[in-house]
Design a protein around this ligand. Structure first.
Ligand code: HEM
Length: 175
Protein backbone atom coordinates (compact mmCIF):
# COMPACT_ATOMS: atom_id res chain seq x y z
CA UNK A 1 0.00 0.00 0.00
CA UNK A 2 1.44 3.42 -0.94
CA UNK A 3 0.99 6.63 1.06
CA UNK A 4 -1.07 9.42 -0.59
CA UNK A 5 0.94 12.06 -2.49
CA UNK A 6 0.06 14.87 -0.05
CA UNK A 7 1.48 12.85 2.85
CA UNK A 8 4.66 12.06 0.93
CA UNK A 9 5.05 15.76 0.02
CA UNK A 10 4.45 16.76 3.66
CA UNK A 11 7.10 14.26 4.84
CA UNK A 12 9.57 15.60 2.26
CA UNK A 13 8.95 19.22 3.36
CA UNK A 14 9.35 18.28 7.06
CA UNK A 15 12.54 16.31 6.27
CA UNK A 16 14.12 19.15 4.28
CA UNK A 17 13.08 21.77 6.89
CA UNK A 18 14.51 19.66 9.73
CA UNK A 19 17.76 19.11 7.82
CA UNK A 20 18.05 22.84 6.99
CA UNK A 21 17.36 23.77 10.64
CA UNK A 22 19.96 21.33 11.93
CA UNK A 23 22.49 22.56 9.39
CA UNK A 24 21.87 26.20 10.39
CA UNK A 25 22.40 25.32 14.08
CA UNK A 26 25.65 23.48 13.27
CA UNK A 27 26.97 26.30 11.09
CA UNK A 28 26.32 28.86 13.87
CA UNK A 29 27.65 26.58 16.60
CA UNK A 30 30.91 25.44 14.90
CA UNK A 31 32.05 22.89 17.52
CA UNK A 32 35.58 22.39 16.13
CA UNK A 33 36.38 19.25 18.17
CA UNK A 34 33.55 17.53 16.37
CA UNK A 35 35.02 18.05 12.89
CA UNK A 36 36.60 14.56 12.51
CA UNK A 37 33.45 12.98 13.98
CA UNK A 38 31.26 14.69 11.42
CA UNK A 39 33.66 13.68 8.67
CA UNK A 40 33.29 10.08 9.87
CA UNK A 41 29.49 10.46 9.90
CA UNK A 42 29.66 11.93 6.39
CA UNK A 43 31.60 8.93 5.09
CA UNK A 44 29.26 6.47 6.89
CA UNK A 45 26.21 8.21 5.36
CA UNK A 46 27.87 8.10 1.92
CA UNK A 47 28.48 4.33 2.30
CA UNK A 48 24.76 3.76 3.09
CA UNK A 49 23.73 6.02 0.19
CA UNK A 50 25.99 4.15 -2.23
CA UNK A 51 24.75 0.77 -0.98
CA UNK A 52 21.23 1.81 -2.00
CA UNK A 53 22.38 3.33 -5.29
CA UNK A 54 24.15 0.07 -6.22
CA UNK A 55 21.47 -2.36 -5.01
CA UNK A 56 18.35 -0.61 -6.40
CA UNK A 57 19.22 -1.10 -10.09
CA UNK A 58 19.98 -4.79 -9.34
CA UNK A 59 16.42 -5.10 -8.05
CA UNK A 60 15.17 -3.33 -11.20
CA UNK A 61 17.05 -5.90 -13.35
CA UNK A 62 15.15 -8.83 -11.80
CA UNK A 63 11.87 -6.90 -11.43
CA UNK A 64 11.85 -6.07 -15.16
CA UNK A 65 11.84 -9.83 -15.90
CA UNK A 66 9.04 -10.64 -13.40
CA UNK A 67 5.49 -10.90 -14.77
CA UNK A 68 3.18 -8.01 -13.81
CA UNK A 69 0.91 -9.04 -10.94
CA UNK A 70 3.07 -12.04 -9.96
CA UNK A 71 4.10 -12.62 -6.32
CA UNK A 72 7.69 -11.96 -7.37
CA UNK A 73 6.79 -8.57 -8.85
CA UNK A 74 4.82 -7.53 -5.74
CA UNK A 75 7.74 -8.57 -3.48
CA UNK A 76 10.18 -6.48 -5.57
CA UNK A 77 7.86 -3.47 -5.19
CA UNK A 78 8.08 -3.70 -1.39
CA UNK A 79 11.86 -4.21 -1.46
CA UNK A 80 12.39 -1.27 -3.80
CA UNK A 81 10.13 1.10 -1.85
CA UNK A 82 11.71 0.24 1.50
CA UNK A 83 15.25 0.45 0.14
CA UNK A 84 14.61 3.79 -1.58
CA UNK A 85 12.57 5.54 1.10
CA UNK A 86 13.90 3.83 4.21
CA UNK A 87 17.65 3.81 3.50
CA UNK A 88 18.81 5.46 0.28
CA UNK A 89 16.99 8.82 0.56
CA UNK A 90 17.69 9.41 4.29
CA UNK A 91 21.34 8.44 3.64
CA UNK A 92 21.56 10.91 0.77
CA UNK A 93 20.10 13.69 2.96
CA UNK A 94 22.57 12.83 5.74
CA UNK A 95 25.49 12.86 3.24
CA UNK A 96 24.47 16.35 2.07
CA UNK A 97 23.85 17.58 5.61
CA UNK A 98 27.23 16.48 7.02
CA UNK A 99 29.04 17.36 3.76
CA UNK A 100 27.64 20.92 3.67
CA UNK A 101 28.35 21.36 7.34
CA UNK A 102 31.99 20.25 6.82
CA UNK A 103 32.23 22.66 3.89
CA UNK A 104 30.51 25.78 5.21
CA UNK A 105 30.68 25.29 8.97
CA UNK A 106 34.46 25.60 8.77
CA UNK A 107 34.82 27.73 5.67
CA UNK A 108 37.03 25.15 3.98
CA UNK A 109 35.30 25.60 0.65
CA UNK A 110 37.87 26.85 -1.82
CA UNK A 111 36.66 26.55 -5.35
CA UNK A 112 40.05 27.64 -6.73
CA UNK A 113 40.93 23.93 -6.30
CA UNK A 114 39.84 21.93 -9.34
CA UNK A 115 39.08 18.73 -7.43
CA UNK A 116 36.33 20.52 -5.51
CA UNK A 117 34.56 21.43 -8.74
CA UNK A 118 34.95 17.87 -9.98
CA UNK A 119 33.46 16.52 -6.73
CA UNK A 120 30.61 19.06 -6.77
CA UNK A 121 29.63 18.17 -10.35
CA UNK A 122 29.82 14.41 -9.65
CA UNK A 123 27.76 14.74 -6.43
CA UNK A 124 25.04 16.76 -8.18
CA UNK A 125 24.98 14.13 -10.97
CA UNK A 126 24.70 11.35 -8.36
CA UNK A 127 21.82 13.19 -6.67
CA UNK A 128 20.10 13.56 -10.07
CA UNK A 129 20.41 9.80 -10.66
CA UNK A 130 19.00 9.28 -7.16
CA UNK A 131 15.91 11.31 -8.13
CA UNK A 132 15.58 9.36 -11.37
CA UNK A 133 15.75 6.05 -9.44
CA UNK A 134 12.83 7.39 -7.39
CA UNK A 135 10.82 7.83 -10.58
CA UNK A 136 11.77 4.33 -11.76
CA UNK A 137 10.70 2.93 -8.36
CA UNK A 138 7.29 4.64 -8.78
CA UNK A 139 6.98 3.34 -12.35
CA UNK A 140 7.56 -0.22 -11.13
CA UNK A 141 5.15 0.31 -8.21
CA UNK A 142 2.43 1.33 -10.69
CA UNK A 143 3.28 -1.48 -13.18
CA UNK A 144 4.30 1.17 -15.71
CA UNK A 145 7.87 0.07 -16.42
CA UNK A 146 8.50 -0.54 -20.13
CA UNK A 147 12.29 -0.87 -20.04
CA UNK A 148 13.95 -4.30 -20.46
CA UNK A 149 16.25 -5.80 -17.82
CA UNK A 150 19.20 -5.24 -20.19
CA UNK A 151 18.72 -1.47 -19.81
CA UNK A 152 19.02 -1.71 -16.01
CA UNK A 153 22.09 -3.94 -16.35
CA UNK A 154 23.70 -1.19 -18.43
CA UNK A 155 22.97 1.71 -16.02
CA UNK A 156 23.84 -0.39 -12.98
CA UNK A 157 27.48 0.66 -12.82
CA UNK A 158 27.08 4.43 -13.39
CA UNK A 159 26.81 5.42 -9.67
CA UNK A 160 29.84 3.25 -8.88
CA UNK A 161 31.92 4.97 -11.59
CA UNK A 162 30.86 8.40 -10.21
CA UNK A 163 31.77 7.27 -6.67
CA UNK A 164 35.25 6.16 -7.83
CA UNK A 165 35.83 9.58 -9.44
CA UNK A 166 34.61 11.37 -6.27
CA UNK A 167 36.83 9.37 -3.90
CA UNK A 168 39.90 9.88 -6.12
CA UNK A 169 39.08 13.62 -6.34
CA UNK A 170 38.77 14.11 -2.54
CA UNK A 171 41.59 11.80 -1.44
CA UNK A 172 44.24 12.14 -4.19
CA UNK A 173 43.30 15.76 -5.11
CA UNK A 174 45.06 15.42 -8.49
CA UNK A 175 44.51 19.08 -9.49
C1 HEM B 1 26.32 14.99 -0.90
C2 HEM B 1 27.13 16.04 -1.03
C3 HEM B 1 28.53 16.07 -0.49
C4 HEM B 1 29.13 17.16 0.08
C5 HEM B 1 28.51 18.54 0.26
C6 HEM B 1 30.46 16.74 0.49
C7 HEM B 1 31.41 17.55 1.11
C8 HEM B 1 32.55 17.09 1.75
C9 HEM B 1 33.49 17.90 2.51
C10 HEM B 1 33.38 19.40 2.70
C11 HEM B 1 34.47 17.09 3.00
C12 HEM B 1 35.66 17.48 3.87
C13 HEM B 1 36.89 17.68 3.00
C14 HEM B 1 38.14 17.95 3.83
O1 HEM B 1 38.15 17.74 5.04
O2 HEM B 1 39.14 18.37 3.23
C15 HEM B 1 34.18 15.75 2.53
C16 HEM B 1 34.94 14.63 2.80
C17 HEM B 1 34.79 13.43 2.15
N1 HEM B 1 33.81 13.10 1.25
FE1 HEM B 1 32.22 14.26 0.73
N2 HEM B 1 30.63 15.42 0.15
C18 HEM B 1 29.49 14.97 -0.47
C19 HEM B 1 29.29 13.70 -1.00
C20 HEM B 1 30.26 12.71 -1.06
C21 HEM B 1 30.17 11.48 -1.81
C22 HEM B 1 28.97 11.09 -2.70
C23 HEM B 1 31.30 10.77 -1.58
C24 HEM B 1 31.74 9.41 -2.09
C25 HEM B 1 31.11 8.71 -3.00
C26 HEM B 1 32.11 11.53 -0.65
C27 HEM B 1 33.32 11.13 -0.13
C28 HEM B 1 34.06 11.83 0.80
C29 HEM B 1 35.25 11.31 1.45
C30 HEM B 1 35.89 9.93 1.24
C31 HEM B 1 35.72 12.32 2.31
C32 HEM B 1 36.94 12.27 3.23
C33 HEM B 1 38.13 12.86 2.48
C34 HEM B 1 39.38 12.98 3.34
O3 HEM B 1 39.31 13.24 4.53
O4 HEM B 1 40.46 12.82 2.78
N3 HEM B 1 31.45 12.71 -0.38
N4 HEM B 1 33.01 15.78 1.78
Amino acid sequence: MTAPRSRIAMRAVIGVAAAAGLLAVLVLWQPSGLYPWFKALHVIAVIAWMAGMLYLPRLFVYHADAAVGSDKSETFKIMERRLYRGITTPAMLASWLFGLWLAFGFGIVDFSQGWMWLKAVMVVALSGIHGWYGRLTRDFANDRNTRPSKFFRMINEIPFVLAIVIVIAVVVRPF
